[in-house]
Design a binder for this molecule. Structure first.
Ligand code: CAA
Length: 260
């Protein structure tokens, strides 16, 4: 499928998905959200793709938020629909069997930070700035930010970031547990793709089931989470990947996973 606002480049099992609207610092308007949801679906079912790296075009922004110019004239009903549409995108990433790594190359603000938080983990460039400026616009984060951030870093730090609308540096975001690693700008995509390649080389079903166990388990009580993990663990023993992975270990050779 051709996209107006997205670029997709695939090599060796790793797809790089770039939000490509640099004239608006890659802001998410309704059209970009529709395209993102389609792209996630397309990438999830592309057999050539095992991992996605998500980034922003240009050297300034990952994504500078939801499109303020589009939102400015929205009615309450339209605002609600817009939030639901953005949340659908974030949930689509969480539910995707394919892992998604955010490579935050610049501003990740509002809906842009929500997009990064919807990914499985975040790498950032030294020059990235992250924040939720929604309160400076008289609104709140609406693409899952209040929920995902508080679950990730706890109530106190989420409150501080969201109530002040301040931006934080990549280093602070790393110290707060939002960002896994910080790299020099020219290293960011290289490192994100390296990690993506490492994930692409192991058992795909194992990765998918691990993502599923963690994401769903976080919404359960611990005992239910343990039960859920054990069920998924058991299901994997019915797969060719488990036979191949353990067979290869015993035979001292490299496993060739088929993802089935
Ligand atoms: N929506 C629409 N357009 C945006 C945008 C956004 N979120 N962010 C930047 N742009 C546009 C600017 O309007 C400008 O366009 P023009 O050249 O046509 O005027 C262009 O991108 C370049 O931006 P700036 O000239 O502002 O660049 P700068 O370097 O001076 O500032 C910035 C960079 C600090 C990121 C600034 O652009 C900014 O504050 N952007 C808005 C950030 C924001 O508030 N994001 C949250 C949006 S609300 C939200 O996301 C709600 C939600 O949770 C769903």
């Amino acid at each position: 499928m051709e996209f107006k606002n997205l670029l997709i480049e695939t090599a060796d099992g790793v797809a790089t998905l770039t939000v490509n609207r640099p004239q608006a610092l890659n802001a998410l308007n309704s059209e970009v959200l529709t395209e993102l949801a389609s792209a996630f679906y397309q990438l999830e079912y592309d057999p050539a793709v095992r991992v996605v790296v998500l980034t922003g075009a240009g050297d300034k922004a990952f994504v500078a938020g939801a499109d303020i110019k589009e939102m400015a004239a929205m009615s309450s009903f339209e605002g609600h629909q817009f939030a639901l549409k953005g949340q659908h995108c974030m949930m689509a990433m969480e539910k995707m069997k394919t892992p998604v790594i955010a490579a935050v190359n610049g501003f990740a603000l509002g809906g842009g930070l929500e997009l990064a938080l919807g990914c499985d983990f975040i790498y950032a460039s030294e020059k990235a700035k992250l924040g939720f400026p929604e309160v400076t616009l008289g609104i709140i984060p609406g693409f899952g930010g209040t929920q995902n951030l508080a679950r990730l870093i706890g109530k106190s730090r989420a409150n501080e970031l969201i109530f002040t609308g301040r931006m934080i540096t990549a280093d602070k975001a790393q110290a707060w547990g939002i960002v896994n690693e910080v790299f020099a700008p020219e290293e960011l995509l290289v490192k994100a793709r390296e990690t993506a390649a490492a994930i692409a080389s192991v058992g795909p079903l194992g990765v998918t089931y691990a993502k599923n166990a963690i994401a769903n388990g976080l919404n359960m009580g611990k005992e239910d989470g343990f039960r859920y993990e054990a069920s998924l663990f058991g299901v994997l023993f019915a797969t060719a990947d488990q036979k191949e992975g353990m067979g290869a270990f015993v035979e001292k050779r490299k496993a060739a996973f088929a993802g089935r």
